[in-house]
Design a protein around this ligand. Structure first.
Ligand SMILES: Cc1cc2nc3c(=O)[nH]c(=O)nc-3n(C[C@H](O)[C@H](O)[C@H](O)COP(=O)(O)O)c2cc1C
Ligand code: SF4
Ligand code: SF4
Length: 242
């Protein structure tokens, strides 16, 4: 069984592809009402995006509920560039026999623009190759740690990640262009934190936010902005490139 969390589709795509290759099933943890029975599972995998060199809160909470079983366990993160010590930290909560990172297109449009199309396509192509290798290793139950940690990984996954969780997951900078918004409610429907409400035809953000950036990247009208810098930046979802 593979459990995944995904904002803009990269981790969902990876989870489903790996599941297909190893003959397993992938489940979106945001849609699970209760934890499925895992006692007799032979393999358990966790797939998620990297947020500030750390593991997204919903995946950490989910991993805390998992009991260590006899299964072969693996964690795969997707990241724009590098993952720091995120997998090592997760493995302390739920032991992972194997850990991987897969470099995928960047979706953090608050920090910088999306990658150029050629880079996006190249990353997806390389990821496909890497997934072949990972799947074979998982089938063989080889214990592997192949994670691109980047520079100063301990610092980034500790102090910087704490700062991100404390200060950056702020919904106040979200705003909507009322001229563009058509009140379709998609942003509210897809928010994994159920934090968006449609009030008088426009979205309003409550406090809780994972910063998955699903809302801003997927609004069909490009009506959502975060602060002043996202206006001229692209929007990313893997489904536009497959
Ligand atoms: C809040 C946030 C923080 C991010 N931090 C990092 C990071 O520290 N390192 C990195 O390489 N990519 C980072 N990214 C990029 C994502 O990890 C990457 O694009 C990922 O594949 C997105 O997966 P998804 O489409 O499943 O949501 C960040 C993205 C977001 C939204
Ligand atoms: S997804 Fe976009 S257009 Fe639809 S309600 Fe949200 S902001 Fe408005
Ligand atoms: S408000 Fe937007 S960024 Fe925050 S959790 Fe919901 S969809 Fe993700």
């Amino acid at each position: 069984m593979i459990f995944y969390f995904s904002g803009t589709g990269n981790s969902k795509w990876v989870a489903n592809k790996i599941a297909e290759k190893i003959g397993d099933k992938a489940y979106d943890i945001s849609e699970l009402r209760e934890l499925p029975e895992i006692t007799n599972e032979k393999k358990i995998g966790l797939v998620f995006p990297i947020y500030a060199w750390g593991v997204p809160e919903p995946m950490l909470t989910f991993a805390q509920k998992l009991k260590s079983e006899k299964a072969f366990t693996f964690g795969i993160c997707t990241c724009g560039a590098n993952a720091g010590k995120a997998l090592k930290i997760l493995s302390k909560i739920y032991h992972l026999d194997s850990c991987y990172s897969i470099i995928m297109p960047n979706n953090y449009i608050i920090g910088s623009d999306i990658d150029e199309t050629s880079i996006i396509l190249e990353k997806i192509k390389l990821a496909q190759k890497e997934m072949e290798k990972i799947s074979n290793e998982i089938i063989q139950e080889e214990k592997v740690y192949r994670v691109t940690e980047g520079s100063f990984p301990t610092l980034k996954s500790s102090i910087i990640n704490k700062g991100f969780n404390k200060y950056a997951r702020n919904t106040v900078p979200f705003h909507v262009d009322k001229e563009k918004c058509i009140g379709c409610g998609l942003c509210a429907k897809m928010c994994p934190a159920s934090t968006i409400e449609i009030v008088d035809g426009n979205p309003v953000w409550n406090k809780k936010c994972y910063q998955c950036l699903k809302c801003i990247n997927n609004c069909p009208q490009r009506a959502i902005q975060y602060g002043q810098k996202t206006e001229n930046r692209g929007r990313y979802n893997i489904k536009n490139y497959l």
